[in-house]
Design a protein around this ligand. Structure first.
Ligand code: ZN
Length: 240
């Protein structure tokens, strides 16, 4: 979409708020435009308990299903609104709540290991914030210790925490990278994500073969030597 077309799709309504046309909203979703590195959250995001949120989402999801014409007295369907509500709050979007951030303990780098450590092929499942359908992929994470090390499984858990939000892949990549920099107390962190978006493969353009790669290179990884070492490690295909 050209700039001119975007402008013609934006209108100022009577409350002086910008209004986006339906076409532009679709286009923004299909182009995966993001507006911020922080997940956009409301000020009252955590005023309600998880149980209250589940109750509200259950009612709304029931209304969606009924609007679609589904008969919720059917045995197979009647538990779906509550199942979906619980799944949203307790599973696939639990990373919205900072209380669910994994507890991370650091250890002294007793081995004096000075090289980069790479954990690759960390499987994750997320959901596209534009369509609420799955994103699935592999994250590859590297860091160079500045004196402290982190348990390997914590790298998986941090990837999982940020994946369990409505996401765009670019934001997911940067959120993981910045959190690792903060935890490890070093800029020397790299993250690469290769993922499939079901909103691209199962609908819309229906491309089943493409995948999307995004990368975050901090500190030493922004330099060619470390970056190419990291990328070389990702090419290794050890059979186990
Ligand atoms: Zn999408």
């Amino acid at each position: 979409m050209k700039q001119k077309e975007i402008l013609s799709n934006i209108h100022v309504n009577s409350n002086n708020k910008l209004e986006l046309s339906e076409d532009l909203i679709d286009e923004m979703g299909d182009r995966h435009i993001q507006t911020s590195i922080d997940t956009p959250m409301r000020a009252d995001a955590f005023d309600k308990t998880d149980e209250e949120k589940i109750g509200i989402i259950e009612q709304h999801f029931q209304a969606i299903m009924e609007t679609l014409g589904l008969d919720l007295t059917d045995d197979s369907l009647k538990g779906t609104p509550r199942r979906v509500a619980k799944m949203y709050v307790k599973e696939i979007f639990q990373g919205l709540n900072p209380d669910n951030m994994p507890k991370v303990a650091l250890f002294e780098n007793k081995y004096k290991y000075q090289e980069m450590l790479v954990e690759k092929n960390i499987s994750f499942y997320s959901n596209c914030e534009h369509h609420f359908v799955p994103i699935m992929g592999k994250a590859h994470v590297g860091y160079i210790s500045n004196g402290q090390v982190i348990g390997l499984s914590k790298l998986n858990r941090i990837v999982d925490y940020f994946a369990k939000r409505p996401q765009v892949q670019e934001r997911l990549t940067v959120q993981i990278g910045k959190k690792l920099q903060e935890i490890l107390g070093t800029e020397d962190v790299a993250v690469m994500i290769d993922a499939k978006h079901l909103c691209v493969s199962s609908r819309g353009v229906k491309d089943d073969t493409s995948s999307t790669i995004t990368a975050f290179y901090g500190g030493a990884f922004a330099e060619e030597k470390s970056k190419s070492e990291f990328l070389k490690y990702l090419e290794f295909n050890t059979k186990f």
